[in-house]
Design a protein around this ligand. Structure first.
Ligand SMILES: [Zn+2]
Length: 240
């Protein structure tokens, strides 16, 4: 049945738990879904080429710690996408991290699988699970700034583990932070929120306005996402 390395990805117990937490967060803020997305794992060259995604995302020169180098949310503008997890790239990355951090490589590999899965699930939620203005946000997703799209996916990882403190979570957090430090800027931008990263409802509300932005053209941008109305009001004072 399977002629290549590609298989459906099977969620482990911890991932199911983290996904339920994320589900609650998004569903409390006007997102909805009926089924989780399709998720596949395999070596990158066994996957069929992506030809229906945003051109500059597929051909981007990723650094090897960027999460979307290790996996990908593949979508067409108006349709829900699927998730690909690149096993060979994750394995290489995991053993490099394990060596540098002095922790077990197989543990790091499992941690990376979880991080990549939840990051890509974050893309899936913010692309295709909107209740409000669903069609506008679905079609507008590809035009959103990379900094915004990646911040939402990174925050999804942060939110999934918020307030959890067991050893497994501590190790995933350590691996995630190690990764973030080495990723390109769009993947680090969410850190500008500082302690406000956990202000989930506010951030999802602001993201909703930004996702509608190209239609109403209020000039909302990443500064608005970080600071709310403060910056926006300042801009209005400069340009009354
Ligand atoms: Zn991403």
């Amino acid at each position: 049945m399977f002629t290549s390395s590609i298989k459906p990805y099977r969620f482990n117990i911890l991932e199911c738990y983290l996904l339920k937490r994320i589900e609650k967060i998004y569903l409390d803020s006007a997102y909805a879904f009926y089924r989780w997305p399709e998720v596949y794992i395999g070596d990158i060259h066994d996957f069929p080429p992506i030809n229906n995604d945003k051109y500059d995302t597929i051909n981007k020169d990723y650094n090897s710690h960027d999460i979307d180098y290790l996996g990908h949310y593949v979508y067409q503008n108006s349709n829900e996408g699927h998730i690909r997890i690149y096993k060979d790239r994750i394995k290489d990355c995991a053993f490099r991290i394990a060596k540098n951090l002095g922790i077990n490589g197989f543990h790091v590999m499992n941690d990376l699988l979880t991080i990549v899965l939840i990051h890509e699930i974050g893309h899936w939620f913010t692309h295709s699970c909107h209740v409000n203005n669903k069609n506008i946000r679905l079609k507008g997703f590809a035009s959103q700034a990379e900094i915004m799209v990646e911040s939402m996916a990174q925050l999804t990882v942060v939110w999934s583990m918020m307030k959890l403190k067991n050893d497994a979570i501590k190790r995933i957090t350590l691996v995630f932070e190690y990764l973030v430090e080495r990723q390109s800027y769009p993947y680090q931008a969410f850190k500008e929120l500082g302690k406000k990263q956990t202000h989930v409802k506010t951030l999802l509300k602001r993201y909703g306005y930004i996702a509608d932005d190209y239609e109403n053209n209020y000039g909302l941008d990443f500064n608005y996402f970080l600071h709310g109305d403060k910056i926006y009001k300042k801009k209005k004072n400069i340009f009354p």
